[in-house]
Design a binder for this molecule. Structure first.
Ligand code: FES
Ligand code: MG
Length: 574
């Protein structure tokens, strides 16, 4: 069925063999009921599945994979579903982010070692998307991304509740004495009420949007709810399309050019996307040799306003976003800022994909002329406190705090913070700056989402809901506030952050892109000489990770994983 002149398929290095080896490769797959003609040279498509009961956000992926298979069979391909390490954001300790790079290795080597010509990536919960994209990029076969979609809108006693965002708000109400523990517990079952990822514009929805903006997924990938029939239709279409992509040899690196990343960064601003996207896109770019820098986020993204009125910054949820037109409507509205010539997995350009995409609700998706927030994107701060950079999301911050000089209240670890923050004797008020150390890639380890520290009760009781917080941690994409994150180098790597002491004055100037610790250089040198690195892990993945993880401004990938090894076929196993 394939032209004889075409280069031999990768999978034919397995299935096209004679003799004992060919017998091995085919026979064991025939035990699954596959007829002999499945090995005739048709495109073999891996379906990379992150389903797990420990990752309920990806709970629909068994059904989703079946619909992908329909499409693959229809188009004349041969699907082979395979599991990889799943990363459930809410369950994994110390943080799912510690395992993003490990999962990416699983993905990369599972693809490389197996008879596949193309791959469909099933991604949903926060870290599953970058892990699969990173791993697949290092192999660079024809690849299509398929997100699982957001869960249904949360609803508690008739009120919408957003994933993550709602629990942050409600827990502050409990701490301020405004909500009972019983009501708080009841809300647990009202927030996450279907399969699917967080339905705010948190990290999962942001990354699903990034996949679509990068051109790696079919249009509408970002927003169709997980349990909406149209999500299954999209899965079937993705299955059909990946078979064609193999025939066209449309590999990942042909789509993920620098132009694609520039488009994605701009779209991230327009949707008010998560700060986590900064780290993940830097890491994905690193696998492909695309020269993307932390500064690109500020340079490209801060010129666009935020159009999308979604929690955590706004009012609506992902279901509303889909019904309003979803990401194609947003990209159409900002199309003058995008490079519409970028190639996508449809085989068409981004411009062709989004032409005339309608918007059905202008309260959810605003226009460039009347945006939801003028300040959007990610601001990259520098100064002696963050020589390699730190980030803040101005759209989630309080305007009155964007330029502020305050007294540092320092917490050495997150445990130190938790032990002292509720103590009314703590010397802190709303003008202070909360500083948290040792939560970066090496320090936590894994760079946990603890940067949006809850406020002290005595400040909350005054009705104040925001203070400046600075750390080397990340923040949940569902969180908000004037929170400076990803300080690089981190404290555990000996960054200036490690040297901050109680009472030091810190200047934050977001318009000026500055983060300055007002302590004299000779005093900092004295403190640096006395600083001792925290004890490092001694074995296993933790040791490999801490020995090799790069700092946040480089994407926190392992240095040994940057770049790719390609899809060349290895020697025989028997
Ligand atoms: Fe899985 Fe938010 S916890 S997507
Ligand atoms: Mg999250």
């Amino acid at each position: 069925m394939e032209s004889a002149k075409k280069p031999k398929r990768r999978s034919q290095e397995w299935f096209g063999r004679e003799g004992k080896l060919g017998f091995y490769y085919r026979s064991w797959l025939k035990s699954a009921g596959n007829p002999h003609d499945m090995f005739d040279g048709r495109p073999v498509i891996g379906i990379c599945n992150t389903w797990s009961e420990t990752t309920p956000c990806n709970g629909s992926f068994r059904e989703l994979a079946e619909h992908v298979k329909r499409g693959i069979y229809e188009a004349g391909g041969f699907p082979l579903e395979f599991p990889v390490m799943s990363l459930g954001e809410t369950q994994m300790r110390p943080t799912a982010m510690l395992f993003r790079n490990l999962a990416s290795m699983d993905v990369e080597e599972s693809i490389r070692a197996n008879p596949m010509d193309g791959v469909v990536l099933l991604m949903g919960c926060d870290k599953t998307t970058p892990a699969l994209m990173m791993g697949a990029a290092s192999v660079d076969l024809p690849t299509i991304g398929l997100s699982g979609g957001p869960s249904l809108s949360g609803n508690w006693r008739g009120r919408p509740v957003g994933s993550g965002t709602g629990v942050i708000q409600m827990s502050e109400m409990v701490r301020a004495g405004e909500l009972s523990q019983a009501d708080f517990t009841e809300a647990e079952a009202c927030m996450q009420r279907s399969k699917g990822s967080c339905m705010t514009m948190g990290t999962a929805s942001t990354m699903a949007s990034m996949i679509e903006a990068l051109g790696m997924a079919l249009p509408e990938n970002a927003a169709i709810p997980a349990v909406d029939a149209r999500r299954y239709r999209l899965a079937q279409l993705a299955g059909r399309r990946i078979v064609e992509m193999v025939r066209e040899d449309l590999t990942m690196s042909k789509i993920l050019t620098r132009t694609a990343f520039e488009n994605a960064i701009k779209v991230n601003a327009a949707i008010g996307g998560s700060t986590n996207a900064v780290i993940h896109l830097l890491a994905i770019a690193g696998r492909l040799g695309v020269d993307l820098k932390l500064e690109d986020w500020d340079r490209l993204g801060s010129k666009l306003p935020c159009l999308v009125n979604l929690k955590p910054s706004g009012q609506y949820l992902m279901e509303d976003f889909y019904y309003a037109g979803g990401l194609p409507a947003v990209m159409n509205e900002v199309s003058e800022h995008l490079d519409l010539s970028a190639l996508t997995v449809t085989g068409k350009t981004l411009g062709e994909n989004i032409a005339d995409a309608p918007c059905w609700n202008r309260d959810v998706i605003r226009t460039l002329d009347e945006p939801f927030k003028k300040e959007a994107g990610i601001a990259v701060l520098r100064g002696n406190l963050a020589p390699d950079g730190a980030v803040i999301k101005p759209s989630a911050a309080s305007p009155n705090l964007l330029q502020h000089r305050g007294r540092a209240v320092v917490f050495e670890t997150i445990e130190d913070f938790r032990a002292r923050i509720d103590d009314d004797a703590l010397d802190i008020d709303e003008t202070c700056i909360m500083v948290l150390k040792n939560c970066g890639p090496r320090g936590y380890p894994g760079m946990a989402e603890v940067g949006n520290m809850p406020l002290p009760p005595k400040v909350l009781k005054k009705g104040i809901t925001d203070m400046i917080r600075i750390s080397d941690a990340r923040m949940s994409g569902t969180a908000y506030g004037t929170v400076v994150l990803h300080v690089s180098p981190e404290a555990a790597a000996g960054g200036t952050l490690a040297l901050v002491q109680n009472g030091d004055m810190i200047e934050l100037d977001v318009p000026g892109r500055k983060l300055h610790l007002d302590v004299a250089d000779d005093e900092l040198a004295r403190r640096r000489a006395a600083w001792k690195a925290p004890e490092a892990p001694k074995r296993g993945w933790y040791k490999l990770y801490v020995d090799h993880v790069q700092q946040a401004h480089l994407g926190a990938d392992l240095d040994i994983l940057v770049g790719g090894s390609g899809g060349d076929v290895e020697r025989h196993s028997h």
